[in-house]
Design a protein around this ligand. Structure first.
Ligand code: NOJ
Length: 782
């Protein structure tokens, strides 16, 4: 059977349809031999499990706006002077000092472009900052901070001479609760993720660096994300409507802000590999969303030569892949048209011009850590922003009897491996400080966690641990500390201690999905401390969801903080929240369930051992809070939840429809599509507002959240479609929160019309403090 499999595989051409048919053939053969019946994929749902061919690849034309038009005219004139070999050379990667380097054409002054990770800071370099991870930024629910984050990141990439930053991330979106890379992205809600994708992309590009939203598309799990000895990569099988409303949605915001590059993903999508999927690349990205820039492969994600070129891949990384000289041959024999080759080269250079990089861009200052070099310091004053975002994304979820903020305690105890830099005798301090595998050390062995593992991990210049910052702070009050970072059961209570802080974490990384959303050691540690200390405060640093039911209701657990992945200023950010210098306004960007099984089929990645493994997204639109709402499951802490040291009132809801807008059901088909989609999708068609007032005793900031219920029984009861971080407000102070709803925000993807469509009828409008704490409601009729 094995040899039959590999013979069949050898025969596989690159076309999606054939892969699908062959998959069926292999499965049938294997199953028939085992006497098993075969389940067929649901056929009534368009595209479910099939990726329709979309050819030819659209030629980029720069018609989105003036800026793209100018960039295209420069790029075209340069490309017209290039030989086939020169054009081929810039569509491939070469070994160099960056994680990716494109080919150069010195004769025409085209340099090798430098590509670098990560989405939360320049990876593996010295004198760069470690910013909070994407999921932490999302927890701020603050578009201004999101923009400033992108801008500061972009400045660091720029200073290091990196032309292309490999981020931000909306794939994974976070469909799977245990997904290993969810923390690199923003939120499993497409609207919140989209707000971040747009703002961060704009920030990076305003600093002169090409942003690369990734991974396009459906890279929702790590298990079998790539081909291996087990067989082909997993296929994410999703229907057309879900594809658009959940997974494409946040990328639209990044494209709308002018993203110059997009990275295609490792896994298969509807049976066709991400980097040769003509529906995703030629169809959705380059036609429907009129992408003007270039598609770069994830590293080693190319699976074919001619097919990937014709399906819309423009640049292969990190080497020649299936192209190199073969692409020259393919163009010479007509398998790939010369126009397609010119389009690839033009798209790459158009993005380079679009960001004004020719002539002015600093030379690459990226060096292997093993080489002595003059290191360019790009940190600037970003530490202050990092501390601010670190605090703003910290989420307080339990606070009994105003345990927090601290009132100048004189005696605190600190417990747990996550409180400090080096927790155990087995930790290797030399591994602390940047690089790909190095970041895999930010876990229970190596101490406090500020980022996750793999290529998305940042490279901190230093780390302010929680213990360091608490120590700095308590000594100002001439207080004392006792600590034990190591024991599972710290034992003897210190009777004079005013509070015990327990630090635990939940690690996640590229390359594998999380085995669990909790761990026994940490849960026992919390319970053991709580057993001896009547004022136990738990701080969780996590790469996403962390279940807490093993101890959340313990009467001695008086406060709980989700500290996220805060970056290098971790301790300072936390202490400012603990002591009330910052009143917490972070809100959960995901649902924390009471038990892991509440996530149902979306707890784990698909673990099929088939040669062609499938992952059917049969839940459709119902992930995270959409699923909890649909199935009537009460979460422990709902999406959007977070406490404050003060209280807020919501009042005066107003809903107005923009009567000037053309609310015909479909956008006008005569209007040309520009990058990001049909321009009318971004028209504001309704405005909702309300008043938020501080009814408590302390200054504080509230995140007002707008949820809508789209008419019809095939839509989630509530979906986030607006948020506004209001404050800081003094006690008694009030301010208006305004939510502008675009046509896209109110539309569903109509699979027949292949367009976003408003629904006639009554839209439900809810405004509140979380997805379940809804304070005001109204309607909007279209
Ligand atoms: C593979 C990862 O999936 C991608 O996100 C990263 O940018 C590249 N490796 C380069 O390190």
């Amino acid at each position: 059977m094995e040899s039959l499999r590999s013979r069949l595989y050898d025969l596989l051409p690159d076309s999606e349809q054939v892969v699908f048919t062959m998959k069926g053939a292999v499965t049938s053969l294997l199953a028939a031999s085992a006497g098993l019946a075969i389940a067929s994929p649901p056929s009534e749902v368009p595209y479910y499990g099939r990726s329709p061919p979309v050819y030819p690849s659209p030629i980029g034309n720069g018609t989105s706006n003036e800026k793209w038009a100018t960039a295209y005219s420069h790029a075209r004139s340069l490309v017209s002077q290039m030989s086939v070999e020169e054009r081929v050379n810039i569509t491939r990667g070469w070994t160099g000092t960056c994680v990716g380097n494109s080919g150069e054409v010195p004769r025409l002054g085209v340099p090798a472009l430098c590509f670098s990770d990560a989405p939360d800071g320049v990876r593996g370099q010295e004198f760069v900052s470690a910013f909070p991870a994407g999921i932490h930024v999302a927890a701020t629910w603050d578009k201004d901070l999101m923009y400033r984050y992108g801008r500061a990141l972009g400045e660091e990439f720029y200073g290091k001479g990196i032309n292309v930053a490999l981020g931000p991330v909306a794939g994974p979106l976070g469909r799977i609760a245990r997904g290993g890379r969810n923390w690199e992205g923003l939120s499993n809600d497409p609207y919140l993720a989209g707000a971040g994708m747009g703002a961060i992309t704009k920030g990076i590009q305003d600093a002169g660096v090409i942003a690369t939203p990734k991974h396009w598309l459906l890279n929702e799990q790590e298990f079998r994300r790539r081909e291996s000895s087990l067989g082909e990569a997993v296929s994410a099988n999703v229907d057309d409507r879900t594809l658009h409303e959940l997974y494409v949605f946040p990328f639209m915001d990044a494209l709308r802000e002018g993203a110059g590059s997009v990275m295609c993903s490792y896994q298969r999508a509807n049976q066709s590999y991400g980097c040769q999927n003509s529906k995703l690349l030629n169809g959705i990205l380059k036609t429907e969303l009129a992408f003007e820039g270039f598609v770069v492969s994830d590293w080693g994600a190319q699976h074919s030569g001619v097919a990937s070129a014709n399906a819309g891949l423009d640049l292969v990384m990190p080497d020649g892949g299936f192209w190199g000289n073969n692409l020259t041959q393919a163009v010479n024999n007509g398998s790939v048209s010369e126009d397609r080759l010119s389009d690839m080269a033009t798209r790459i250079l158009a993005s380079w011009y679009y960001l004004h990089q020719p002539n002015t861009f600093p030379p690459p200052a990226v060096c292997p850590n093993t080489q002595k070099h003059f290191a360019v310091d790009v940190q600037d004053d970003h530490a202050a922003l990092i501390e601010e975002i670190g605090a703003a994304g910290t989420v307080l979820v339990k606070n009994v009897n105003n345990t927090l903020p601290f009132k100048k305690p004189k005696f605190l105890c600190v417990y747990g491996y996550d409180a400090t830099l080096k927790a155990s005798p087995w930790a290797n301090p030399a591994r602390y400080g940047g690089g790909y595998e190095v970041n895999a050390g930010w876990n229970t062995l190596n101490g406090t966690m500020i980022t996750g593992g793999g290529s998305g991990g940042s490279s901190p210049p230093y780390v302010v641990s929680p213990f360091q910052a608490i120590q700095e702070r308590i000594t100002k009050d001439r207080g004392i500390l006792r600590w034990d970072f190591f024991s599972e059961n710290p034992g003897t209570p210190y009777v004079n201690a005013e509070a015990c802080l327990v630090f635990i974490n939940a690690y996640g990384s590229e390359s594998f999905d999380r085995p669990s959303l909790q761990d026994g050691f940490s849960d026992r540690l919390v319970n053991n401390v709580a057993a001896m200390c009547s004022n136990t405060i738990v701080v969780v640093h996590s790469t996403g969801i962390r279940t807490v039911d093993a101890w959340i209701d313990h009467p001695n657990v008086t406060a709980v903080v989700f500290g996220g992945l805060p970056g290098q200023e971790s301790g300072h950010s936390l202490v400012s929240v603990l002591y009330g210098n910052v009143n917490p306004s972070g809100r959960l960007p995901y649902t924390v369930a009471k038990q892991e099984s509440d996530y149902g089929a979306l707890l784990n990645s698909s673990v099929s051992l088939d040669w062609f493994p499938d992952d059917d997204f049969s839940e459709g639109l119902y992930i995270d809070y959409r699923a909890f709402d649909k199935n009537g499951i009460e979460p422990r802490f709902e999406f959007g939840f977070g406490l404050s040291y003060t209280a807020f009132n919501f009042s005066s809801l107003s809903v107005t429809k923009d009567t000037a807008s053309n609310l015909a059901e479909l956008p006008d088909p005569k209007v040309a599509i520009v990058q990001g989609g049909h321009p009318q999708l971004w028209d504001i068609v309704a405005v909702v507002s309300c008043t938020v007032s501080n009814s408590g005793k302390l200054d504080g900031t509230e995140v007002a959240q707008l949820y809508i219920g789209i008419p019809g029984d095939d839509t989630p009861v509530r979906q986030l479609r607006g948020f506004s971080r209001v404050g800081p407000l003094a006690p008694g102070q009030a301010r208006k929160a305004v939510f502008e709803l675009t046509r896209r925000d109110l539309s569903v993807w109509d699979v027949t019309a292949q367009q976003w469509r408003l629904r006639r009828g009554e839209y439900k409008i809810y405004v509140g403090a979380s997805s379940r704490d809804l304070r005001l409601d109204g309607t909007l009729t279209i």
